[in-house]
Design a protein around this ligand. Structure first.
Ligand code: FEO
Length: 401
C-alpha cells in the first residue's frame, strides 16, 4: 500500500497519484500523470485539507487510516472546489458523517450546487482562524486562483502554507514528494505547463495572492498538485510571481502550420534568420502535431513568439485559429511577435494573425511576410530578415527572467 508521508510531526500527505486520466479538465494531456495532494493535520482535533478526485478516494482513505487509525476527521478544509479536489466530499461524509466542512461563502454555494451538501458547513472570513488545539489555522481568501472560492490555509504552528492550485504543477509524484527528493529539472516543464494552461488567465489574481501572503513566515509550501516545497519554498513562489508578471526567458517559440510544405519552408527561413543572429533557444512546433497545451507553455516561457499559418477556406488555418484563440483567452502579454504565412487565391490567414497582434499587448516586429501559393526567393529572404529582426529586438532590451 502506498504510504502516507509526513511533512512535519503532525502534518501528513495523504494525497494520491493519478496515472490513468488522459486529459486534465478533458483538455490538457497528462503523459506524466498528476497528483492530487491532500494533507491531514492531526492536532487535538483532526483536519483534512482538501480531498482528491473521486476515482482516487480509496487510496486517499487508506492513507488517512494509516495516519489516524480509528480517530475521526473533525474538519475538512476546502481551499478549492474544483472536483479534482472536492470530488470525494460525499464519499468522505459517508465515512465521517460528523465532519464539519470549512470554507468561505462561495465554497458553501458550490458545495450545495455540486454535491447537495448544505449542513455542517462552517463559513470563514478572510484571515479567520480555526483552533485545532495544537494547531492554529488562518484562512487567506485568494479569489480566482483559480475559482472564485479559492483560499490558502496557513498553519501558523508548523509554518505550512496549503496553497491550493497556486504553486502547483502537472506530473505524478514519482517516489518522493518533496522538492529536495524529486528531480526538479524533470518537473520544471510540467509546472510551467500547469501554470500556463490552468492558472495563467488569473495571473493578476495570482500576483495579488502572492502579495497577500508576503507577511507569512512560510516554511513549507504544500500545493494541491506536484512537489511539496520544504527546502526552498521561495523558489516556487518567485517562479509563479515571475510568470504572473508575464516575464519570460530569452528565446523564441515558433508555432507554424503547413498543409503542403510552403509555410513550413518559410518557417525554416525564419528559423535560419534567428540562428544567424545567434539565438540558440528556439522551440519549433507544428501546430497540427503538438498538443496546444505545450504550445501555450512555450509561448509563456520565451519572450518572442513567431506564428506562421496558411489560409484555409479564406480564414486562418483551424489548428492555428484554436491556438491563437487560447492564447488570447489565457491573456498572454508582453511578447515580441512575428508573423508569416501563405494564401492561395484570397488572403485570410496572415490577415487574421495581424488582427490578433493589433488587439494584443504584444509588439509586432516587421516584416510581416505573406506569400501567395509558394514562397519566392524574395519571400524567403524576407522571412530570414524577420528572424534577424526578432533577435535584434530581443537584444535591444534586457531579458526579464
Ligand atoms: Fe486542481 Fe483548479 O483544480
Amino acid at each position: 500500500m502506498p504510504a502516507a508521508i509526513p511533512l512535519t510531526q503532525s502534518i501528513t500527505w495523504v494525497g494520491a497519484n493519478d496515472r490513468e486520466t488522459e486529459l486534465f479538465e478533458g483538455i490538457w494531456p497528462l503523459p506524466r500523470g498528476v497528483s492530487y495532494n491532500s494533507y491531514l493535520i492531526a492536532g487535538e482535533k483532526v483536519a483534512l485539507v482538501d480531498t482528491v478526485k473521486h476515482t482516487s478516494f480509496e487510496r486517499h482513505l487508506e492513507k488517512i487510516r494509516q495516519t489516524i487509525g480509528d480517530r475521526t476527521v473533525d474538519y475538512l478544509i476546502i481551499n478549492h472546489m474544483e472536483p479534482d479536489h472536492s470530488g470525494s466530499v460525499n464519499l468522505l461524509l459517508n465515512v465521517f458523517p460528523e465532519l464539519k466542512i470549512v470554507g468561505n461563502k462561495k465554497t458553501a454555494d458550490f458545495l450545495s450546487r455540486f454535491y447537495g451538501v448544505r449542513s455542517n458547513v462552517v463559513t470563514v472570513e478572510d484571515r479567520g482562524e480555526l483552533d485545532l488545539g495544537t494547531h492554529k489555522l488562518i484562512f487567506n481568501l485568494t479569489p480566482m486562483v483559480h475559482w472564485p472560492e479559492t483560499m490558502m490555509t496557513y498553519d501558523s504552528t508548523d509554518k505550512v502554507l496549503f496553497s491550493g492550485d497556486a504553486f502547483g504543477g502537472f506530473g505524478a509524484l514519482d517516489g518522493g514528494i518533496f522538492d529536495d527528493e524529486v528531480d526538479l529539472g524533470y518537473f520544471e516543464d510540467e509546472i510551467l505547463r500547469y501554470f500556463s494552461n490552468i492558472v495563467a488567465k488569473y495571473a493578476v489574481m495570482v500576483e495579488k495572492a502572492i502579495t497577500k501572503i508576503s507577511d507569512l513566515e512560510i516554511g513549507i509550501v504544500a500545493s494541491t498538485h506536484g512537489p511539496v516545497w520544504r527546502k526552498d519554498p521561495g523558489a516556487i513562489i518567485s517562479r509563479y510571481a515571475r510568470w504572473s508578471r508575464h516575464e519570460a526567458e530569452e528565446g523564441v517559440t515558433i508555432v507554424y502550420g503547413s498543409m503542403y510544405g510552403n509555410t513550413e519552408r518559410m518557417m525554416e527561413a525564419v528559423a535560419q534568420g534567428l540562428a544567424e543572429e545567434e539565438v540558440s533557444r528556439i522551440r519549433i512546433h507544428n501546430v497540427s502535431k503538438t498538443h496546444v497545451s505545450y504550445l501555450i507553455r512555450d509561448a509563456w516561457r520565451f519572450r518572442a513568439l513567431l506564428l506562421g499559418s496558411p489560409t484555409y477556406d479564406t480564414r486562418l488555418y483551424p489548428p492555428m485559429d484554436y491556438f491563437v484563440k487560447l492564447i488570447e483567452h489565457k491573456m498572454l502579454k508582453n511578447r515580441i511577435l512575428g508573423l508569416f504565412g501563405t494564401y492561395g487565391w484570397s488572403g485570410g490567414g496572415v490577415g487574421t494573425l495581424t488582427e490578433f497582434a493589433k488587439n494584443s499587448s504584444c509588439e509586432l516586429v516587421e516584416p510581416v511576410v505573406e506569400a501567395q501559393c509558394a514562397p519566392t526567393a524574395e519571400d524567403l529572404k524576407a522571412c530570414r530578415l524577420l528572424g534577424q529582426n526578432i533577435v535584434k529586438r530581443l537584444k535591444a532590451s534586457p531579458k526579464t527572467a
